[in-house]
Design a protein around this ligand. Structure first.
Ligand SMILES: CCCCCCCCCCC/C=C/C(=O)SCCNC(=O)CCNC(=O)[C@H](O)C(C)(C)COP(=O)(O)OP(=O)(O)OC[C@H]1O[C@@H](n2cnc3c(N)ncnc32)[C@H](O)[C@@H]1OP(=O)(O)O
Ligand SMILES: NC(=O)C1=CN([C@@H]2O[C@H](COP(=O)(O)OP(=O)(O)OC[C@H]3O[C@@H](n4cnc5c(N)ncnc54)[C@H](OP(=O)(O)O)[C@@H]3O)[C@@H](O)[C@H]2O)C=CC1
Length: 261
């Protein structure tokens, strides 16, 4: 992240859900390195603690809260605690997400709703808890939602994920319009396939599928979590001051695969 100046986010409180692993972990480390007070939140304490310790060892400031983004009361309580214990939030990254591979015809309603609840309802609850405080205080802020390219191009074997990410795109654009006048910017980043702890365990388990997917990516490789960091930094910074309601794909061109013959 040496393209961003040192101390870029000094004095800024950045909340990242799902910050203990994968893309969220990479974001937490990068924001920490650039001076932000990083707050990460997810269900498991172990990965969160490791990230906080890593940031602190590097001279940064971070803390964690355990929460399930589906739990409305806990979300409200944790956001209230962050405001009191860390300070007013400046940037919220709704990164926590869930997914698994299943043919639509075989998926239980419980499985479908679980992914909708984590991805879409969770992003709504977090945005509402933070956004209400911004509106009440008359201060602006930036929300960055982690969507995915499967929101737009069909989502075979992941019908729940694609529907949730399409919902996140709509949430992003609606909140951008409703809250723009109050100085709140809301944008979404749409990664294509990324190698992470969570996705390697649940999605990219078959090396033949991985190879096929990789062959269809114009830039010739899967993304690593770090590939997603730069655009989030850009959106959170002053350089993104006039972007709101934007949906930005970060996929090495993978979403265009059907155009290649
Ligand atoms: C192949 C084409 C590729 C094209 C490329 C497109 C571009 C890429 C797009 C990728 C988009 C998004 C990717 C990601 O999100 S990767 C992130 C992965 N990380 C995680 O999922 C981490 C968190 N996940 C979890 O915690 C769990 O996996 C889960 C989401 C299931 C939630 O856990 P929870 O404990 O709350 O849920 P339960 O275990 O109680 O299960 C709830 C119901 O879901 C059913 N279920 C769970 N797993 C499966 C499975 N593997 N298969 C089928 N059904 C499953 C479970 O049975 C429960 O159902 P019921 O309520 O009916 O009992
Ligand atoms: N990997 C990929 O190919 C792609 C990923 N994405 C998106 O990027 C984001 C990050 O995914 P990725 O890093 O790959 O996956 P990971 O599984 O590594 O990270 C997901 C994180 O979300 C947290 N989380 C999951 N459910 C909940 C919940 N109910 N409440 C709070 N936290 C939760 C997990 O922590 P814990 O289990 O401790 O709660 C975990 O740290 C997700 O939104 C995903 O949909 C988008 C496109 C492609």
């Amino acid at each position: 992240m040496s393209v961003f100046r040192a101390g870029l986010f000094a004095g800024t409180v950045v909340v990242i859900t799902g910050g203990g692993t994968g893309i969220g972990r990479a974001l937490a480390l990068a924001f920490g390195e650039l001076g932000a007070r990083v707050v990460i939140a997810a269900r498991r304490e172990g990965p969160l603690r490791e990230v906080v310790e890593t940031i602190e060892e590097g001279g940064g400031r971070a803390r964690f809260y355990t929460l399930d983004v589906r739990d409305e009361a806990r979300v409200e309580a944790v956001i209230g605690q962050i405001w009191e214990e860390v300070g007013p939030v400046d940037v919220l990254v709704n990164n926590a997400g869930g997914n698994f591979v299943s043919p639509a015809a075989a998926m239980s309603v419980g499985g479908f709703k679980t992914v909708l609840d984590i991805n879409l309802v969770g992003s709504f609850l977090m945005s509402q808890a933070v956004g209400r405080r911004w509106l009440e205080a008359g201060r602006g802020g930036s929300i960055i939602n982690m969507s995915a390219t499967n929101a737009e191009s069909g989502s075979p074997l992941m019908v729940h994920s694609g529907a949730s990410k399409a919902g996140i795109n709509s949430l992003t654009q609606t909140l951008a319009v409703e809250w723009g006048g109050a100085g709140v910017r809301v944008n979404a980043v749409l990664p294509g396939p990324v190698r992470t702890e969570g996705s390697d365990e649940r999605l990219w388990t078959d090396e033949k599928v991985v190879k096929r997917l990789e062959d269809g990516i114009p830039l010739g490789r899967f993304a690593q979590p770090e590939d997603v960091v730069g655009v989030v930094m850009f959106l959170a910074s002053e350089a993104g001051a006039f972007l709101t309601g934007s949906l930005i794909a970060v996929d090495g061109g993978e979403r265009l695969r059907r155009l290649i013959f």
